[in-house]
Design a protein around this ligand. Sequence first.
Ligand code: CUA
Length: 317
Amino acid sequence: MPRRWAIGWSAAGSIVTPKGSEASRVAGTWWLMFGLACAVYVIVAGLILYAATRGRRARGRPSALRDNAFIWIGGVAVPLVILLVLAAVTVNTTSALRRPSSDELRVEVVGHQYWWAVRYSAENITTANEIHLPAGQPVDIQLTTDDVIHSFWVPELAGKEDTIPGQVNHLRFTADKVGTFRGRCAEYCGLQHAHMDILVIVESPGDFGRWVARRQAAQPEPTSEEAARGAVVFQREACAGCHTVRGTSATGRVGPELSDFGARSTIGSGVLRNTPSNLADWIYDAPRVKPGIVMPSFRSLPADDIAAVAAYLESLK
Ligand code: CUA
């Protein structure tokens, strides 16, 4: 079966269509800057046109006093006022974005080459590449990295925030609207920088509560015989050394947690759509699909073993 790519399947959002508190403030500041820049452009262009068409036809001696006033007002005073207004608005916006709130949900996000680890410490939930958030509740995304500098950016929800080795950066916002918002790594971090997507799934508080309960409940036993066999292969092969599946002896920390893999929409941080045949393709030779990643290929594994592991992982929901 041909591979079904996920790249570009849902357009990334724009900063001018904000769906959250922080993004709205950033968009407001952006519109103010844009408006002022447009006004300056139109006025200056108008004066140039006026000067060019007026020519030297106007009679009378030029007044040095009027020319000086024009330069002091148009060249110094007005730009100074515009820059001071922009500085005040920018500083005010930036400080408002940093303000912690008492009921915020804490989510720890760690950048990896080339995926995102996501952890809810208080809820004891670990996942990857997809962040579930309740609408209307302030969140504090605590960002760091396991290797190089990445930048976490979901344009419709908040501004960019870098992940710096040995440091925790905070990104605070409240998502207002239920929906799925696509973000990406916004700092060049290596070969697959462009394929390091993050999905933020904003749900109603009730749906979010149900998601948390489902993630905390015991992992159900595989239902199909193939999936059960896949669980055995997963533990036998190298998979369990790098990945964690909650409630099993697989506790690897090198690759993404797979406890809820079947519920995710993409494979490889937004590269392939999550279908069983894509997953089999990925397990067979992930470095061919996404060159430069840590995950090795399993070309020597029999096809039915690969299909069984794929069935097992798709059953984890
Ligand atoms: Cu991670 Cu660019």
